[in-house]
Design a protein around this ligand. Structure first.
Ligand code: TLP
Length: 368
């Protein structure tokens, strides 16, 4: 469990010049390391990881690989770098990458897929972000001298912009089986795979077993300050290690941050259900407000995305009004907003966000 003294402690907030009552729902990336993480960081045994000599990084890579039933793991500074290194290993420049239309690799990674991996996105619209083989197969290019060829299929679980939707394991397995039958590889952006595992009540190795490579983040809901892991076969990871260096991600005494990742991996999954309960609470409260469209039954994990077009305000306007009262939330488009629960917001914070949203959409002044 996360220690009580850490989250948004008055001292920390004062040091940062933030209000004691800030409720930050912008992302689960905003979480601060727990005292246990900070202790582990201070005491971490380190070495030069580019030489493979950092014992703490090695332990994190081995532990992650073991949890996911994989031969090897690679610690990378960010989820974006993990996805990019994987894409550079899997495809040749000029090949297509089939991904979900609102997927992170396509929309939020600065077109690195094209600019640095040489891939052309072939986006497919999923059902609430959920891909199936029936949808993916339509986008697979037949062998042709006139067409760029499919190089990779990239899935996302949970799906961020679709509101933290879980990719059902049978659909994931089918995509992988059918892709493999055609000689295609499948990569999983599992930035929040532990949230999916908790929602499904199944271990991460079971729900990711057929993917050729998996990326997950310790720096999101798991609460570590920095880092992600890329997992796969020994051969894949050895190639990805070279790609990490090409991308400038060869870190030296990275055990200092890997130590927090180890704590996150061992301790944090056990508390993610709290974030899911808070997200559901938030969704149920928001769904009843005038001008907001949202189906709380679809909120399976820690992300709530909702349509605000009926409020007559844009997401930027609502964000600004929220921020003035120390509640932070961002738009995903002018007509939609996202709120993400995590270990540094509690039930009371979510209730406060609902109450404030109620006043904003009803145009009642925050002071009442
Ligand atoms: N997502 C961030 C933003 O970039 C949108 C967030 O606040 O949610 N895959 C998925 C599914 C992600 O949501 C993210 C980050 C990443 C990859 C990239 O991770 P980082 O930020 O570590 O590069």
């Amino acid at each position: 469990m996360r220690e009580q003294s850490n989250p948004n402690s008055t001292a920390t907030l004062e040091q940062e010049g933030r209000s004691q009552t800030t409720v930050d729902l912008r992302s689960d990336t905003v979480t601060k390391p727990t005292p246990e993480m900070r202790r582990a960081m201070a005491e971490a045994e380190v070495g030069d990881d580019v030489y493979g000599e950092d014992p703490t990084v090695n332990r994190l890579e081995q532990r992650a690989a073991e949890m996911f039933g994989r031969e090897a793991g690679l610690f990378v500074p960010s989820g974006s770098m993990g996805n990019l290194a994987a894409m550079r290993v899997h495809i040749r420049p000029g090949q297509e990458i089939i991904c979900e239309e609102r997927g992170h690799v396509y929309n939020f990674e600065m077109a690195a897929m094209a600019a640095i991996a040489g891939g052309l996105a072939r986006p497919v619209r999923g059902n609430d972000g959920v891909l199936s083989w029936a949808l993916v197969k339509e986008a697979v290019r037949p062998k042709s001298p006139f067409r760029a060829q499919t190089g990779l299929i990239a899935c996302e679980n949970t799906h961020n912009i679709a509101g933290g939707r879980v990719l059902p394991p049978d659909l994931a397995d089918e995509i992988c089986d059918e892709a493999h039958a055609l000689g295609l590889r499948v990569h999983l952006d599992g930035a929040r795979i532990f949230n999916a595992a908790v929602a499904l009540g199944r271990p991460v190795d079971e729900i990711t077993r057929k993917f050729d490579s998996v990326m997950f983040c310790v720096s999101k809901g798991l609460g570590a300050p920095v880092g992600s892991l890329l997992l796969g076969s020994r051969e894949f990871i050895s190639q990805a290690r070279n790609e990490r260096k090409v991308l400038g991600g060869g870190m030296r005494q990275a055990g200092v941050i890997a130590a927090a990742g180890l704590v996150a991996l061992e301790k944090s999954p056990a508390r993610l259900h709290i974030d899911h309960e808070n997200a559901r609470l938030l969704a149920e409260g928001l769904a009843g407000l005038p001008g907001i469209r949202l189906d709380p039954a679809k909120v399976e994990t820690n992300i709530v995305v909702f349509d605000i077009s009926g409020t007559g305000m844009t997401s930027a306007e609502i964000s600004e009004k929220l921020r003035a009262q120390h509640v932070y939330a961002n738009g995903v488009s002018p007509a939609a907003m996202r709120m993400v629960t995590h270990c540094d917001v509690d039930r009371a914070g979510c209730l406060r966000a609902i109450e404030l949203m109620d006043r904003i959409v009803r145009r009642v002044s925050p002071a009442g």
